[in-house]
Design a protein around this ligand. Structure first.
Ligand SMILES: [Cu+2]
Length: 364
């Protein structure tokens, strides 16, 4: 392939790359546009082959004539595609600005844990170079991770700096009715520029969430969401875990994301051989996401914070919108293992892996 051919192909591929990245979703439109770019690339590649075999023949196209084209060989096509896959994989874990789900250290006043949360528009880098305008809690997506203990007195003060009203709902947390955060059902919406205070005693332990419950299709998918974990007062029945990871799935504005980032900007989970990892899946999106782990199995221990009477094992666990599932992984198999949503258009395209993909790295 000449330099000209190569550069034409690369330009077209970069265009498709960008489209996939921008949509982050492998959406039908992006897919079709990507396909168009690929067709152009093939045509350009072939048309630029000077003196290629058959160049003296002509083909009739819409009444005119043009030189016959010679498509790239399967090997050339495969090499071009594989180069994109390799580039994406080698970029992992890619650096991006901003990190979500950071542990929220409360201010404590008279024994009350106080969490001040400002909802505001924030530029958010989902994958390297791709920024979206997120609606974020305290400037991050997911919002800061709230972790309290059953019986703690908790106060959440919401400051609304968005151009719309909003509220905070504590998803899965069995709060008194007037603290449930549903506009016009349990409280008036919090208008732009206003603040609102929620207060309750942390009830049922488990992996829960907090998110907007006002115009939520837009507000939650733009990033107004976070983990709300209540640890049990009595830890005697808690399973042992060396590592505790929260994995929040979303499929909104930023495309398919794990903790607010798309592959290759997702964060790998790193464990030592023999360690037990607890993963808390939370789906804040609008679609199901069957999360699949290579090389090891998961033992599912809780559903929506409630311990299962009979834990079960699997390697693929479907996480539906609003659900939380806690699993344990005994890290017995060393290596870097793919860990991804198994709805394949959420994870892998012609340009390589994207979206809901990360890795579990078990270090020997
Ligand atoms: Cu998925």
């Amino acid at each position: 392939m000449s330099e000209h051919e190569r550069s034409s192909l690369v330009v077209a591929e970069e265009t498709r790359d960008d489209l996939n990245f921008l949509s982050g979703t492998g959406s039908r439109r992006a897919f079709l546009r990507g396909g168009a770019a690929a067709t152009i690339a093939t045509a350009v590649l072939a048309a630029c082959k000077p003196g290629a075999k058959g160049a003296d023949t002509t083909a009739s196209v819409t009444g005119g004539t043009m030189p016959a084209v010679i498509p790239p060989t399967p090997r050339e096509s495969a090499d071009a595609m594989d180069a994109m896959h390799e580039k994406r994989m080698k970029a992992f874990p890619a650096k991006t600005e901003g990190k979500g789900n950071v542990l929220f250290e409360p201010r404590i006043e008279n024994g009350v844990k106080i969490y001040e949360i400002t909802a505001k528009k924030t530029p958010w880098e989902v994958t390297p170079g791709v920024k979206v305008e997120a609606w974020a809690y305290n400037g991050m997506v997911p919002g800061p991770q709230i972790r309290v203990r059953e019986g703690d007195r908790v106060r959440v003060i919401l400051h609304n700096e968005l151009p719309e009203s909003t509220v905070i709902h504590f998803h899965g947390v069995e709060v008194p009715n007037d603290q449930d955060g549903v506009g016009f059902m349990t409280q008036p919406p919090v208008k732009p520029g206003e603040s609102y205070t929620y207060e309750f005693t942390a009830p049922n332990p488990g992996s829960h969430m907090y998110h907007s419950h006002h115009n939520s299709t837009k507000q939650v998918s733009l990033g107004l969401l976070g983990a709300f974990i209540i640890e049990p007062k009595n830890r005697a029945n808690e399973p042992h875990a060396d590592l505790d990871t929260v994995l929040i799935l979303n499929d909104g504005l930023g495309g398919y994301t794990l903790n607010g980032k798309g592959f290759p900007a997702t964060e790998p989970i790193v464990a030592k051989l023999g360690q037990t990892l607890r993963i808390r899946y939370m789906n804040e999106g609008m679609m199901i996401h069957p999360m699949h782990l290579h090389g090891m199995h998961m033992t599912v221990i809780t559903k929506d914070g409630w311990p299962l009477p009979a834990p079960f094992r699997c390697d693929t666990l479907n996480i539906a919108p609003g659900e939380r599932w806690d699993v344990l992984v005994k890290c017995t198999n060393p290596g870097t293992w793919a860990f991804h949503c198994h709805i394949l258009p959420h994870a892998e395209a012609e340009t390589g892996m994207f979206g809901m993909v990360t890795a579990l790295i078990v270090k020997a």
